[in-house]
Design a protein around this ligand. Structure first.
Ligand code: FPP
Length: 282
């Protein structure tokens, strides 16, 4: 099965984005603003979540076409269990429906599906669907879509610490062997690289207990549109913003330029300008 490629003006924009700099290997998204999107239209909150699924579909497809390797979506946080029971149960039903409806399309597009979080706390039918879908897609070679469900960064770190303590106690690990790489291996994200870019929609400037360890060096792009309005155009803008950043990982700008062999301000910036011009023409 092959990935459905972009066409027309969209393909042009994707080509421009690839030419203007690096495409982030891992993008993580806090999908925020579904409720506000609905409220603004005088609709129930669930209408925002419904429309949010259409954004998920568009962003997954665009990321696959661009060659993004990992896309992590914060779909339901540990804290979201505190929402009104009706909203939680509607969200669970919507998630189940979306998994069932999208499964074949995802598979045809070479997507691998993974879930991180306290999956055992989810309704059984969702757990079954996640297991079946990830089994079906396990040999796919395209985008890895990681759904963070009943997830929080503190939950992930607490679980890792417990498991490390257990392994020290049973002798498979010594205290001196514990370092950053080892800790990363005890997190639910051990099979994925850390996010290069974290996008949050709806204009909030918070991490909200997302990937606390993994976001240490991620670039953060805040989009002011609500998640149901966040489509590939806004994704391309966030990636173009990422391409303009200089990722220093604690080093100096000069050190980064030495390792890259080119001044950071040349190359990508002119590409980004070209990209924005092309978007403006559409
Ligand atoms: C945040 O908006 C959104 C959520 C808590 C749920 C996100 C779920 C989906 C988009 C649907 C299912 C997802 C998948 C992966 C198929 P909010 O309700 O916090 O909005 P508000 O801040 O405006 O109230």
């Amino acid at each position: 099965m092959a990935l459905e490629q972009a066409t027309g003006a969209d393909k042009k924009q994707q080509d421009m984005l690839r030419a203007s700099g690096e495409i982030p290997k891992h993008i993580a998204i806090i999908m925020d603003g579904n409720g506000r999107w609905a409220k603004r239209r005088g609709l129930p909150r669930i209408a925002g979540h419904h429309e949010g699924v259409n954004s998920v579909r568009d962003i997954v497809e665009a990321c696959g076409q661009l060659g993004v390797k990992y896309l992590t979506l914060y779909a339901f946080s540990t804290e979201n269990w505190r929402r009104p029971v009706d909203e939680v149960s509607m969200l669970m039903r919507l998630l189940l429906k979306a998994l069932r409806d999208e499964r074949d399309r995802l598979h045809e597009n070479e997507v691998q599906l993974k879930a991180i979080g306290d999956i055992s706390s989810l309704p059984n039918d969702i757990q079954d669907e996640l297991l079946d879908a990830s089994e079906l897609m396990k040999h796919n070679t395209g985008l890895t879509l990681i759904l963070a469900l009943s997830y929080s960064g503190r939950w992930d770190l607490t679980r890792a610490m417990k498991r490390i303590a257990e392994d020290v106690r049973n002798g498979t690990l010594t205290k001196d062997q514990i370092n950053e790489e080892v800790i990363s291996q005890y997190l639910s994200t051990k099979d994925f690289s850390d996010p290069d870019l974290m996008i949050r929609t709806s204009g909030e400037n918070r991490i909200s207990n997302f990937l606390l360890w993994q976001l240490a060096y991620s670039e953060i792009a805040i989009s002011h549109v609500h998640w149901p309005d966040f489509r590939r155009k806004q994704l391309y803008e966030s990636i173009a913003e990422f391409q303009q950043r200089e990722r220093r990982f604690g080093m100096t700008s000069e050190q980064i330029q030495d390792t890259q062999g080119v001044p950071v301000s040349s190359g990508p910036l002119s590409g980004v300008e070209r990209f924005f011009k092309s978007v403006a023409k559409l």
